[in-house]
Design a protein around this ligand. Sequence first.
Ligand code: TYD
Length: 214
Amino acid sequence: MQLQQGILISIEGIDGSGKSTLAKNLCTELQKKKLPIIATREPGKTPLGQVLRTLVQEKKVGICPKAEYLLFAADRAQHFDEFIIPHLKEKKLIISDRMADSSIVYQGYGRGLDINMIKTINAWSMNDIKPDVTIYVRVSPNVAIERILKRKEKLTSFEKEKREFINTLFTGFDTLFKDQHNVIILDGTQTPEELTNYATEKVIQWLQNNKKIQ
Ligand code: TYD
């Protein structure tokens, strides 16, 4: 199946929402439908991004909120220059596990940085390109924390944050995505299969309704 143009889809949600599993499954399903899918993520897709990702996750040196945001913005700028823009030009359907909205929520709502400034720098880093569709996997902080603890992997610096911080992120995503067109809100307490089927159906519907499939 060919696309009329490149399409960018971001998947967002708090840590433990199940969005990374959904991103993977959604790619597999859409690939089965012969769509030109390409998966990516923020932070950490490019070689520079991998260095930045380790920096922000391990926090071995002090990083103030503004510097933290600018590291994510640097990752984003490199991601767009090296990966997103070239693939959009090749008319790919890009599925990104997190993107600019994570900065609005984690660094804006979460750390209290100026949201308008974040929006401005995000737009600049992204050459004014926005996701065509955003999938928001919504789960309560309780469910998310339970899942993170069950995984028993090494926690990232963000997962070690206090409960209050996670509540703020949850409210932040809800506020940001309320009444937004082109945001698909999924109930993250559904099974991975249910989530994948629903998201796949919604994406296909969006492509058809917006006449993006040839
Ligand atoms: P990662 O291990 O990729 O977590 P996840 O699988 O939940 O996406 O770590 C990325 C962390 O960085 C995650 O806790 C969210 C955070 N983050 C921000 O704070 N701001 C951002 O702009 C982005 C993209 C991620």
